[in-house]
Design a protein around this ligand. Structure first.
Ligand SMILES: NC(=O)c1ccc[n+]([C@@H]2O[C@H](COP(=O)([O-])OP(=O)(O)OC[C@H]3O[C@@H](n4cnc5c(N)ncnc54)[C@H](O)[C@@H]3O)[C@@H](O)[C@H]2O)c1
Length: 241
């Protein structure tokens, strides 16, 4: 597959390595110093764009790809308030768009466990649920996109929780997400249910970025020749029902 890489930071570099290992060709790399190359013939020759840039630039990048009929796999976090606009544009252009707040297989299994646990805990109001996420100090957005996905899944399944807040203290109808930034931590997410009697917690701890980059390439391989909007649940065959 011919890939255009948008964003050549920590993720872009890791994705490049895995793409080569799996026999794909990176036809162009676009970063902040050559942004206009997104209009070049070489970019248009790509069968897939992979977008890992910044919360401020993702929306425009994804829109430009879709308007040029280049399917996009994106993992950039912090722009999802405009997700519905991208969805509408993708449908209008009859193109393909893949988004995951986290591309690792382990995290997507963790999402599934989180939903199953929330279904059970809906019936046990004595337990309060809170979350913690730990990432490296360069991470720009807070809480992490993965933490927001976990919290939104809980809110959709536990009727006593209506919203999340990015603070340690919360009201009864809020889920507190405590964000910690330290060292080079690639990503740790913990969901904690606490009653007066005990604590139930589930945790996912990434060891490095390899699982993320592999998931991105697997998503791109899945998306080729498809139209529409897809997520990791489609790749993994995990039902969200
Ligand atoms: N979904 C996931 O699985 C996942 C995993 C890791 C990181 N992320 C997210 O992906 C994004 C990138 O992460 P990272 O760790 O690689 O960050 P990074 O800061 O290392 O890299 C971002 C790169 O984008 C470049 N850039 C800025 N503006 C650009 C533009 N207009 N066009 C092209 N490139 C541009 C920057 O120069 C930089 O090289 C972040 O939002 C991060 O939260 C998501």
């Amino acid at each position: 597959m011919k890939i255009a890489l948008l964003g050549y930071g920590k993720m872009g570099k890791e994705i490049e390595k895995i793409a080569h290992k799996r026999g794909h060709e990176i036809v162009i790399i676009i970063d902040k110093d050559n942004q206009d190359d997104i209009k070049s013939e070489t970019f248009l020759s790509a069968q897939m764009a992979i977008e890992f840039t910044t919360p401020e630039t993702a929306f425009d990048n994804i829109s430009t790809c879709l308007l040029s009929s280049v399917p996009v796999v994106s993992g950039t976090t912090g722009w999802l308030s405009r997700y519905d606009e991208i969805k509408a544009l993708c449908e209008k252009q009859q193109c393909a768009f893949f988004y995951a707040s986290n591309y690792s297989l382990g995290v997507n299994i963790f999402f599934h466990i989180n939903r199953e646990l929330a279904r059970i805990m809906e019936h046990y109001a004595d337990y309060n649920v809170s979350m913690e996420e730990i990432h490296h100090i360069q991470k720009k957005d807070s809480p992490s996109g993965t933490a927001i996905s976990l919290a939104n899944d809980i809110i959709s399944l536990i009727s006593r929780k209506l919203l999340w807040i990015n603070e340690s203290n919360s009201k009864d109808d809020e889920i507190a997400i405590n964000s910690i930034r330290e060292g080079t931590v690639p990503g740790t997410h913990t969901v904690v249910y606490e009653s007066e009697a005990d604590i139930i917690s589930i945790e996912h701890r990434a060891k490095n970025r390899k699982g993320l980059a592999l998931g991105v390439i697997i998503a791109a391989e899945f998306l080729i020749n498809k139209k529409g909007i897809y997520t990791m649940d489609d790749v993994l065959g995990i039902s969200n029902k």
